[in-house]
Structures are given as C-alpha cells and as structure tokens.
Design a protein around this ligand. Structure first.
Ligand SMILES: C[S@@+](CC[C@H](N)C(=O)[O-])C[C@H]1O[C@@H](n2cnc3c(N)ncnc32)[C@H](O)[C@@H]1O
Ligand code: SF4
Length: 386
C-alpha cells in the first residue's frame, strides 16, 4: 500500500448489534432478541443514517467497508446487498474496495456465504476462538471446533480473503498447549489471523466470576511469555504481527483496520458505532446510541442515531494518532505527529523509553513500539504524550 493511500483511505463501518447468544467474555455492543429482529426496520434505519453521513463526508472514495458486530452473519444477504448498493450510490467506490463481513462459524451462518459473496463481500473474518470443544464450551460458544473448521473451509471457497480470530491466554492454558493450538491454526490459516489475549471486561459474566475468584487468567508474566511465543511462531510461519493482535502475510493486512490505525477517515453506521473523519478541516468523532431499538427510534425521528462525539483539538488528535499508530509494526511517521501537535516528541522521553527497550526508531522518520512496548502501550503513549 502506498504512503499516499494511507491518507486517502476512507472506510465505512456498519455495526450489526445482534447475536444468537451473548458470550460470557464479550463487552461489544451485542444484544440477544429472543422474539426476533425486525430486519426491514433496521435496514431502513441503516439507509437513512448512511445518507446522513454521506452528507457530512461527501466526495470521498470508499476504500473499505466492514460489517462488524455483534453477528453480521445473521443478516440476510439481501440486506447486505442493499446496503452495499446504497454506499455505491453515495460515494465513489474504489475498484479494489475491500468488503469484509464478520461471521460466526456455525453451519447455519455458513449457508449465507454464497449470498454474501454474490452481494459483493470479498473478505470474511470468522470468530473461531479455539480449536477444541472443551475450550469452546468454556468460552460459551455456540459451535464445535469441527463446525468452525468446516465453516472456515467453506469461507475459503467463497471469499478471496479469509481471516479468523482465536482467543488465547485462556484459563489454565499452558505455553505448550497454546503452541500446539497455534501451529494447528496456522495450518488452517489463509493469509491473515487475529490472535487476542483473553481480557476480562467489566460488566461481563467472566468479570463477575473473576472478581469472585472462581475464574483465573494467566498472570502478566505468563501472558507476556505467551505473547512472545505468538510473535515468534507466526513470524516463522510468514504471518508476522503487523499490529498488536493482527498477523498477515505482507500485503494481506486488513485495509479497513489499517485505516483506523493509520488514523485515516471512516464513518460508523449503526447502534453504538463510532466514526472519525475530517470535516471542514477538523477531525470529528461520532458515537451512536447503543441500544438498537432506541437508535432506530432516533434515526427515524432525526435522520441519525448519533448521541455523542466532539470535534477534536490538535493535541487530542496528536494523542490519538500516537495511540493508534504505535499499535502497528510500521509505527508512526514523526512528521505527521508534528503536524498534529505543532511540536516534536520530547527527545528526553524518547531516549528514556528507548533505553528501556520500549520504543525504537525506524530510520530518521518513523518510530515504533517494540514487542515489549506493545504490551504496555497505554503507559508508553501516556509518557510520550505528556
Ligand atoms: C466483534 S467480536 C465478534 C465476532 C463474532 N461475533 C464472533 O464472535 O465470532 C470480534 C472478536 O473479538 C474477540 N473478543 C471479543 N471479546 C474478547 C475478550 N474479552 N478478550 C479477547 N478477545 C475478545 C473475539 O475473538 C471476537 O471474534
Ligand atoms: S463474541 Fe461475537 S457472538 Fe459472542 S457476544 Fe460477542 S459479538 Fe456476539
């Protein structure tokens, strides 16, 4: 990807907020509706909100579209097709646009893959999470390992590009067990993998169990060892980390996620979605109402469901740019940081963090976090941004 497109990329994020069941570790904006979902009503609200964002950020060339969730693979293919047609009606769409849809790997959802492909989806990202049934059960998943692998094989037949997610650093997981699972995963991988350490998110059932000491996760040292092992094995396999938790064969990175991390522009459509884009020379953040039905009511009443957000100051932009960019192996362009903040990074702080092995220069123009720095990135950024 050329340096130019780093600044010119424009993403459209669509959030589908419904799931068949709520996983006990997940704090994404996802909801279960046993009585069913009025898909036609939500489609109509998506189309209305898309129109709103197109009026705020017109004349862009869409380089990526991402259906995330929740569980977008519960959407009817016709709904996805209508949304894609609407996007093409509002903006120009790049010839090589990347269109990703997140899918849960159950057999029911795999039946939709051909329909998504026909609608224009060309990349899928599957939430496989673990490769053995007892771990999947412990994670509260609705599929077996065999079902997940079958869905993955089918996805590879339908989509040009396929990625899948695993969650590691699970309760009781040893380095040996993770190594074995990761090697097996690499055997099934196409050219992209997302490998997340289990995090205990407030408000989830895992959080309550953890607080009650009925559930444990690896301590920091063990988690750091598992992280280092992950870097080593994936790199040796040709899928190095290009971001803290994302691994790809060079050239196969998720363009949509790169837009976030390179601090490009994107609109976020749907309940709880966030957007960040430059409007009249200033970067605007939009945050939508999270509860799906309340969001739909707002969209029906006023054309959008945005209830939060702000216009960022230059220094807020500079801080966000650091936090996002240092997640990437390619690091940040120091002159772009200067352009945002109006000043360079403190040389004293830089040499201190470099001395601690947490950041490293790339030539004269770029700075990156080392793998050790990635693990404590928030603290590194707080130090640099002061
Ligand atoms: C938006 S979620 C969901 C995608 C899809 N609904 C699924 O579950 O397959 C994206 C990914 O975030 C990861 N994730 C969610 N909660 C997590 C947590 N608490 N710790 C680590 N990874 C998590 C999972 O790997 C998941 O696939
Ligand atoms: S992990 Fe995926 S399926 Fe599970 S609740 Fe979260 S979004 Fe839904």
């Amino acid at each position: 990807m050329s340096r130019m497109s780093e600044f010119e990329s424009f993403g459209v994020y669509m959030h589908w907020p419904f799931c068949r069941a709520k996983c006990p570790y997940c704090d994404f904006n996802s909801h279960v509706r046993h009585g069913g979902v009025d898909e036609a009503r939500f489609l109509s609200a998506y189309l209305t909100e898309l129109r709103h964002f197109a009026s705020l950020a017109p004349r862009r060339m869409v380089t990526s579209i991402f259906f995330g969730g929740g569980t977008p693979s519960l959407m009817r293919p016709a709904t996805v097709a209508t949304i894609l047609e609407a996007i093409a009606g509002h903006w120009r769409v790049a010839d090589d646009v990347e269109i990703t849809l997140e899918a849960n790997p159950t057999s029911v959802e795999a039946e939709n893959f051909a329909g998504y492909r026909a609608a224009g989806v060309n990349r899928s990202s599957l939430g496989v999470q673990a490769l053995d049934d007892s771990s999947l059960k412990a994670l509260g998943r609705q599929h077996t390992a065999q079902e997940a692998l079958a869905a993955l094989a089918l996805a590879k037949q339908h989509f040009d590009r396929v990625s899948f997610d695993l969650i590691y650093a699970r309760e009781g997981q040893t380095a040996r067990e993770w190594e074995e699972e990761l090697r097996r995963a690499l055997g099934h991988a196409a050219d992209h993998l997302s490998l997340y350490q289990l995090t205990i998110e407030e408000g989830t059932p895992f959080h309550a169990l953890h607080a009650a000491k009925k559930f444990s996760v690896p301590d920091n040292d063990h988690a750091a060892d598992l992280y280092a092992l992950t870097q080593e094995i994936t790199a040796a396999h040709g899928l190095p980390a290009y971001e803290i938790s994302n691994h790809a064969r060079p050239g196969a990175e998720s363009r949509h996620n790169l837009t976030y991390w390179r601090y490009g522009d994107y609109v976020g459509v749907g309940p709880g979605a966030h957007g960040r884009f430059v409007e009249n020379g200033r970067r605007v953040v939009t945050i939508a109402e999270k509860v799906p039905e309340t969001w739909a009511n707002l969209v029906e009443a006023k054309g959008h469901g945005v209830t939060g957000g702000e216009t960022l100051t230059r220094s807020e932009e500079a801080d966000e740019f650091l936090l996002m960019g240092l997640r990437l192996a390619e690091g940040i362009d120091l002159s772009r940081y200067e352009a945002f903040s109006g000043r360079g990074l403190s040389t004293a702080r830089l040499s201190m963090l470099q001395g601690e092995g947490l950041v490293a220069p790339i030539g004269n123009a770029r700075l990156r976090a080392t793998p050790a720095g990635m693990i404590v990135l928030d603290a590194v950024v707080a130090d640099l941004a002061r």
